[in-house]
Each structure stands twice: as C-alpha cells, then as structure tokens.
Write a protein that binds this ligand. Sequence first.
Ligand SMILES: [Mn+2]
Length: 479
Amino acid sequence: MAYDDLRSFLQSLDEQGQLLRISEQVKAEPDIAAAANATGRIGEGAPAIWFDNIEGFTNARVAMNTIGSWENHAISMNLAPNTAVKDQIAEFIRRWDNFPVAPERRDNPPWAENTVDGDDINLFDILPLFRLNDGDGGFYLDKACTISRDPLEPDNFDKQNVGIYRLEVKGKRKLGLQPIPMHDIAIHLNKAEERGEDLPIAITLGNEPMITLMGATPLKYDQSEYEMAGALREKPYPIATAPLTGFDVPWGSEVILEGVIESRVREIEGPFGEFTGHYSGGRNMTVVRIDKVSYRTNPIYESLYLGMPWTEIDYLIGPATCVPLYQQLKAEFPEVQAVNAMYTHGLLAIISTKKRFGGFARSVGLRAMTTPHGLGYVKMVIMVDEDVDPFDLKQVMWAMSSKVNPAGDLVQLQNMSVLELDPGSSPAGITDKLIIDATTPVAPDNRGNYSQPVKDLPETKEWIGKLQAMIAKQKQENK
Ligand SMILES: [Mn+2]
C-alpha cells in the first residue's frame, strides 16, 4: 500500500516497531535535535521519534528521523524492514523503469482546512520551530519540498520542479532559501530574475516519504518528480492545486506555504550545520515572502537532524543518489554494473564497469562528473572492475591497493565545479576533481603485471554450505 500522507507512513512505522513515542516533557532546544542526533549514534535500525509534550508549546507534534535507518528507508518504499541495502537499491532501480506514471489530481486536500493570508501570517504560530545545532544561525526548514515552474513555460508540467532546499525562517512570513546553481530551481530563478520578475513558489511541509525522496533525487531538468514518485510507489501520485500559485502540490501535505522568491534580493543567511559535517558559514542567499499558508488542523511538524555523518539525510539521499547516477551512466554505457554514491551525497562515487577497450573506465568516470548530480557533487570517482562490488568496501579497498599505480591511474582535472558547501573547495564552488582508476588495464593499455586473477576454487561453494552446517551443529551441541 502506497502512503498518501505523512500520517499513514507514521502509522506504518508504528505498526512495524519503528516509531518511538517520547512522552516525557522535553525542551524544544536542545532535546528534540539531541534525540534525533542520538538516533544516528545507537547502531543500525534506529526508529523514527515522535514528540507531543514540548515545554512552552500547545498541541505541538513533531516527527524526526522518519527515514533515518535502512529499516525505515525500506518501509518508506513499502518493503519489509529487514530488506538488505543492496536489495533496496535493486528495487529502486527496477521501479525506476516504470517512469513516467501520470499523477492523480484530487480535490479536498486535508491542508485546505485552515488558511491565513498576507500580514496575518505568523509562521511561529503554526510551526513549532527549534534549532538543530548549537552553531546554527536560526530556525531551519530542512525537509520541505519547494515547487517552482519554468517562468518561460509555466504550463510545462515536466519542467515544474520539486526540490528540497534549506530554508531559514527569518520572520513571521519571511524565509531565506539556498538555490544551489546546479539545481533546477536555480534555472527557474535565473530566468525570472533576467526578466526582473519574482519567482512564485509553493513550499510543502510534512510530506509522505516518496516525494521527499524524489525531491532529493537528481532527475533531469524535464523529468517530473511526481511522475517518478508514481513509478517508485507503483501507484499514481496524488496531487492537488495550490490555491494562490495554482502549482501542483502533494495532496497529503500537512502545511503549504505559498509566496515568491523576491527578484534580485540577497541577504545574509546561515550559518547552518550541513551534510558535509561542517557549518556553511553566513552567505548571501535569496529572500522568500510568504503570502498564503494552508494547513491541516494541528499539523504534524516534520524535521531532519543534520550534522556529522551518518545522520538521517545519508539514508534519505543514499539510494536516491546512487540510482539516477547508475541509470544515467547505464543509458550511455551498458557496461556499467553498479554505482555506490552513498558517501557525503556522492562527493565520492564508486563505479564498477566492464571495459570495452583501454582507458574506458576513466571515460566512464569522467561522464559521471558531468551528469546533473555530478556537476555539483561528484568530486572523486573510484573506478573498479565488473567483478568488484562497489557496496563491499573490503573489495573496493582490495582493488585500490592491488590495481592502482599512481603513475597512470590518477586523472586530475583542474578548477571544476562543485557546490559551495564542499569545505575543501577554493574558491568556494571550485575544486580539482580526481578519478582513481582501480580497474585492471586492458589492451592497448598494457601497463602492469597482472597475470591471471586468482579465483575461488570451484568446490569452495559446496564447502561454504558444509562448514556453515557443521558450525551450527557444533554451537547447538555446546549449548
Ligand atoms: Mn526537477
């Protein structure tokens, strides 16, 4: 069963023992963020956490860490909680091929229950805001979907974008928004600002998990996140029409904020503890004016703790980064076997491929750096042979240690693009990039003395089963 709203997802987490209700009274700061931070420090299988007894707030309900473990990621995809990571990614790839699935437009969205307009808007009345890290410059909405349209083609559904961008709450109806230049919203904003116009946006909070995953997935510019969400949940995605902008927004959201990014206005935003494990510092960012708010009665406020990896965001963007990179590479190079880009949003990617000819693996690594995601993220690529599993880091380290000769296996590209948040970039947003070719050279690349690889003996498989049975029997007898 696909989830139509956050509440049905929370119910499913609850039914499968993956939602922990914290009934003791907590302080909004620092308890909520500290507890969410702790979910990443208690080992695998951490649950979502729920707060409804928060000092100083009336009727506030907060959900954190909803996708913050492999179990919860599996449940978000309607898989059994114990589904192996590799199998979750394989299923992600399988469902991806159903794209596009047309959305289903519905009436009477639950968020239409309450509305506030213009100067009557006070976000602090509606959202129980709290800071995440002790060095943050303010309150952040970091798990909201922002919807925008191409100003030159407002009726083009495919170019309407759903993305997750960090939003600082700066006033009763004022936000700061970070549009990464490589992301689709920056293309929309650039087109609007070239014409001196504001860019209308709709921001949706408290969403079911699939549109959150799609908002974090680097799709192509004209691929609809709603049509991909339909493919991934194997059912048309329910959308509704936002009252002010007319944009398509999730039918089941808890809160919808509508307004504009003000044309050519920039203001200091930050600092904010980021996915890189470092604070971003204060930087000039866009300013958002909210003109209309629609919300469910007693909305559930969902947020995401972000800081030193791993945190919820690493689960959220792990498969969502691996799969589009794999699909985009595979379309041009069918030799590509697997992509592991789960480390720091794909600043490092590990790619396994068959080789058509000498130098081929390095070319695949270069192509990864010019995919939509690669432009802003893929800074280092480790290329491995087709029989090395990029998700098995022991095998990857074997390939690194035995297959690499720095004399010919490092390709360094100077002054390439990366997102400004990359702490090593200098100036911010510019970095050298590196391909480490840990594949076995093939002709005419006749370097090295690799001779014949040592393979497991044909009889080893049989002995694995035999030994396992004997060990189990021995354990049973020693009990
Ligand atoms: Mn998009």
